[in-house]
Design a protein around this ligand. Structure first.
Ligand SMILES: [Zn+2]
Length: 134
């Protein structure tokens, strides 16, 4: 793994629990524009502008589950490395099944000064140091 892998990807993990107390973790990372374009070549008249965010990918998966929609399984916690972007924040805030779920994150987008201090502005290098991977 390289520092760019850490800066390119945001990982999200959701904790679900059913009525019997059984715990389940769902994890995903975002899909980058390059990855999406590899699956389907870009159209010049409609190029991809953003990738798919991890929160949206897991949210879509969870929202298709009958046990969740029936309330038999609840989303208990949402962890995401980076603070959810405004679109993901709206998604999580507007869907009743996700609205009041505690969210945890440790990176904040707008804090440029903080980013500059961490490994010369590289989130990826900073995170690799945190995980002792460098
Ligand atoms: Zn997002």
């Amino acid at each position: 793994m390289s520092a760019s892998d850490f800066s390119r990807y945001n990982v999200s993990v959701w904790l679900l629990q059913d009525k019997s107390g059984r715990v389940e973790y769902l994890a995903s990372h975002n899909e980058t524009i390059k990855e999406l374009e590899r699956k389907r070549p870009p159209r010049s008249d409609n190029p991809a502008k953003v990738g798919y965010h991890a929160e949206a990918l897991i949210g879509e998966q969870v929202y298709r589950r009958l046990d969740v929609l029936k309330g038999e399984t609840l989303v208990r916690q949402i962890f995401t490395e980076r603070i959810p972007c405004s679109e993901c924040h709206n998604l999580l805030s507007r869907i009743p099944h996700f609205r009041n779920v505690p969210r945890y994150f440790y990176l904040i987008y707008p804090d440029k000064e903080w980013q500059e201090k961490q490994a010369g502005g590289s989130w990826g290098a900073f995170l690799m140091d945190c995980y002792r991977l460098r």
